[in-house]
Design a protein around this ligand. Structure first.
Ligand code: DQA
Length: 144
């Protein structure tokens, strides 16, 4: 199984940005974590981060016909981007939404998720582990 792991704006600042919310581990540590569990689960993974909405749309489109599923943390674009929602719908790949923090317990403006409307599942508030849970879900989903 081939999975694309997509991360949106400011996630490259992990370890520096708001550590009380996002933890002290860096983005490089997140990439290592993803590669490790993918290796253990036999998943072929591609990991991509961008601060730019259009680049994330391009990455989703490029997954069409190439990947079996998408794990996406659109970060702030979660709450604003119809373009990312439309891209996920366009490629129609099973997608799981991940947030490091529990967005349901945060500000009102974080209570809308456009990307989530095209996702089969959401994991929020599990830190790095949310990415593993998302991959497990997609693996299971593909097998049944
Ligand atoms: C986030 C939550 C978003 O609301 C925020 O804009 C982020 C990170 C998370 O992983 O908890 O940048 O997606």
């Amino acid at each position: 199984m081939k999975l694309l792991f997509l991360n949106g704006p400011n996630l490259n600042m992990l370890g520096i940005r708001e550590p009380d919310i996002y933890g002290r581990q860096t983005y490089a540590a997140l990439e290592n974590f993803i590669r490790d569990f993918c290796g253990q689960m036999g998943i072929d993974c591609e990991i991509y981060q961008s601060n730019h909405e259009g680049a994330l749309v391009d990455a989703i489109q490029a997954a069409y016909g190439k990947m079996d599923g998408i794990v996406i943390n659109p970060a702030a674009y979660t709450h604003t981007s119809v373009a990312i929602l439309d891209a996920l719908k366009a490629v129609s790949l099973p997608a799981v939404e991940v947030h490091l923090s529990d967005v349901s317990k945060r500000e009102d403006f974080r209570q809308v998720s456009y990307a989530g409307m095209a996702c089969v599942k959401t994991y929020a508030g599990y830190g790095f582990d949310g990415y593993r849970l998302a991959a497990e879900y997609l693996l299971e989903h593909a097998e049944h």
